[in-house]
Design a protein around this ligand. Structure first.
Ligand code: FES
Length: 154
């Protein structure tokens, strides 16, 4: 039996409070969604594309690893190409070796262009799209894969 100065909460009050809390939370999330719809800049999307510089930043034989993007960009005599460092087995980040790439998680080994030498990776590392902006700068898009061996002539 509750008395006037009893601070305990009964079952009915608990469920009422829980219902109000859930309703207010849902309303708050809905309002955030409505704010985002007409003003996408309010909560910017994370872009999958990033700038890598100009073609002259990549002399023939050069390689750059973008650790924060998990991408390797390399240029050989045939052109420029980008390889994802995300292992095709379960998504670990491969490390570069003298002859290619090795996954630290389950030991997959890839050659210099990302083709599988030893599993369990089911396929080679993904090659990524490189495109040129009107300014001449190059961008790599990690959401767009291209066929292995696709190189941008620069
Ligand atoms: S995640 Fe790379 S071999 Fe398993």
């Amino acid at each position: 039996m509750n008395t006037a100065n009893d601070d305990t909460i009964n079952r009915r009050d608990f469920f009422t409070l829980s219902t109000y809390t859930a309703a207010i939370s849902a309303l708050f999330v809905s309002i955030l969604g409505l704010l985002k719809f007409p003003m996408p800049g309010l909560f910017p999307e994370v872009s999958s594309a990033f700038k890598i510089g100009k073609p002259e930043d990549f002399p023939v034989g050069s390689t750059k690893v973008y650790q924060d993007k998990n991408v390797l960009v390399s240029r050989d005599a045939e052109g420029l190409y980008a390889v994802s460092l995300v292992c095709t087995h379960l998504g670990c980040i491969v490390s570069t070796t003298e002859k290619g790439f090795k996954c630290p998680c389950h030991g997959s080994v890839f050659d210099g262009v990302g083709s599988v030498i030893a599993g369990p990776a089911p396929k080679g590392l993904n090659w990524l799209d490189i495109s040129r902006l009107p300014t001449g700068k190059l961008i790599v898009d990690t959401s767009k894969t291209v066929d292995t061996g696709t190189k941008m002539t620069v």
